[in-house]
Design a protein around this ligand. Sequence first.
Ligand code: HEC
Ligand code: HEC
Length: 307
Amino acid sequence: MPEYSLMSDFSSPLWAWFIFIVTVGGIFWCFYLLMSQTKLLTKEEGNKIQVTGHKWDEDIEELNTPIPRWWMQMFIATNIFALVYLVLYPGSAIFDGVLGWSQVGQYNTEMKVAEKKYGAQYARYLQQDIAELATNNEALKTGGRLFSTYCTQCHGTDAGGGPSFPNLRDTHWLWGGKPEQISQTINAGRRGTMPAWGAVLGKSGVKDVTAYVLSLSGRKTAGDLKIGKQKFEQLCIGCHTAEGTGNIALGAPDLTDKSWLYGSSHRSIAKSISEGRNGNMPAFGNFLGKSKTHLLAAYVYSLSRTD
Ligand code: HEC
Ligand code: HEC
């Protein structure tokens, strides 16, 4: 028995019957149509040229030539093939097929084969700790391939990130760059919550706080720094700390460095403050399994390793 039944694809069994009727009925209908249009010619008739009676100009006539025999036979063979296929494979929607094949089944079988082939290797990597693996070229190659498959669409092919996706090559970490912190990020995911302050601060408040935030990394813009600092101490230090250096327990970025998750422009920093941000790093633990996330953590750790 297949581990997976076709019927579970449908919310109502009616749909399965609908597909069955269209599919199987279609085959019989083709067959009927073909037979109804076919007349085997007697030898005598076959030698005579028949015409439909349509004429163009003076003497261009439409011939009524029967379908070639070989073509007919191929068509019938196609119909028979289709019926045999529906008996063997799950194509008719109401029957799983005598071979018990399914996409899910095939996927599971392939996964089992892969597990057998690579399982031992992954298990060996799992024994080593992340820092140690990060010096193992063989492991890093596999980790790099996993990264290309699962991570580059957000973090970039070189892991350099982009607006809203952190750079994983540098030493600025939202959630911490120690092996176990990186591993936790990849396995369980992370969600950064920066509240929106536009309504609380008002337009000029946002301007002043933005100016103050920019001053933390040595930039000067219009705005009252004194008011900005006051508001910052009132509203922001719970997460970003009094010095503005951030807090990895909350994923609150360091605002004193020159690395910006959402871009360094005045506009995007003011936007973060007035509208808030909600960066979401998906959890990969359940999806990829322990040994793959372990390798990925080693790969990410190796990217910013300085020794
Ligand atoms: C759908 C997009 C997306 C994918 C896919 C993705 N990430 Fe992320 N990742 C993010 C976002 C967004 C953040 C920042 C979360 C935040 O704002 O706090 C992040 C954060 C991280 C961090 C923390 C960086 C720091 O500064 O602390 C690490 C490490 C990381 N990702 C690794 C990975 C790895 C490894 C993969 C592949 C298995 C991956 N990511 C796949 C979007 C993604
Ligand atoms: C509840 C905690 C919390 C508070 C309070 C908070 N922030 Fe944030 N802030 C965050 C987090 C978390 C992020 C990262 C958001 C993300 O990962 O998407 C962030 C991001 C930012 C950014 C974007 C940084 C970058 O690198 O692009 C700025 C700017 C910022 N905060 C300024 C402020 C200011 C100014 C205040 C006070 C008015 C404030 N924050 C209050 C948690 C907080």
